[in-house]
Design a protein around this ligand. Sequence first.
Ligand code: B12
Length: 298
Amino acid sequence: MDASESSPLLRIGELSRRLGVSDHVLRAWENRYGLLQPVRSAGGFRLYSEADARRVRRMQAHLARGLSAAEAARAVLGQDSRADHSRAAGPDRVPAPESELSGVLRQALDAFDEPAAQAVLDRLLSDLSLTTVLRDVVLPYLAELGERWERGTASVAQEHFATNVIRGRLAGLARGWGNGHGPRAVLACPPGELHDLALMVFGIVLHSSGWTIDYLGTNTPVEELTRTVDARHPDLVVVAATVLETLGPLAAQLTALAQRAPLALAGAGATPEIASTVGARLMMRDPVTEAEQASWPG
Ligand code: B12
């Protein structure tokens, strides 16, 4: 492998313009077949290499010969792994198990096939670390599901079905999170907020490093949250909001809360302005990274 193959080069939009293939199609080939094997930039963006671009060109050539997308992808990846084998090259050309399995997970959920989806999740959780599964499979899957839902290429039923399978799984992984021996965190969404999957992911990863989690979840009145904080004396309170402008009207209550315990705000509905107004920390990164980097008090 030469240096140009291993060095990350392009964002998806640039790759798409260069190859004349829409970013939607590139993502589908990545998720379904593991045809693209991006690395992540420090900021979390996927970056594609020259080797990815070559695989796409070979895919186009196979499609032009009349192969189906699945056959074409198999042919490209087969060529790659045979070439790898013959020159004992590094493992980066063989599809990463998570990218292959992410595609299978997506297909199973799109087809309302709950047992198949659970089987893929079982396999992922037995093969990979919890944080890898959450950061590299579950969060990207949810983000992609959201994009498809917004574009109308995933139905409301598919989105609800998939969300509920994932939520059930997260609830399983969360079992026992009230049992940590380290610092305590209280996690809640503000009134009217129903998006709590990212907050659950945050709690699960935080618990894996020893924290105790008191989870109040969706739609929590701030007075109730404040009462809980007074009773439980947490080392950290996280309020996560996805819907825009849910936190603004709560500024006075949140300011009072921030004086009782260290408060952090997270999610698309949390802005630097509201965080600085109420005296809270703003968590801007993904829930896995934020949980991994949460420091123990004292
Ligand atoms: C699943 C989903 C639902 C599920 C939620 C299930 C659940 N238990 O969470 C249900 C069906 C209940 C739902 C309902 C609604 N939803 Co909805 N939903 C989504 C969807 C498809 C995915 C959300 C998700 O979980 N994403 C995965 C997370 C991980 O990604 P993320 O939210 O982008 O978060 C990133 C960061 O903000 C950060 N982050 C987020 N939270 C946290 C928390 C912590 C602690 C940390 C550290 C970081 C962090 O990490 C993520 C990056 O990795 C999005 C579409 C989308 N584009 O996101 C819409 C979306 C969020 N929903 C939306 C809306 C409008 C609604 C509804 C009002 C009505 C509707 N049109 O359906 C209702 C009611 C919502 C309410 N009152 O709260 C809008 C929100 C627009 C806005 N910002 O105001 C979106 C963006 C869709 C859209 N474009 O219209 N929804």
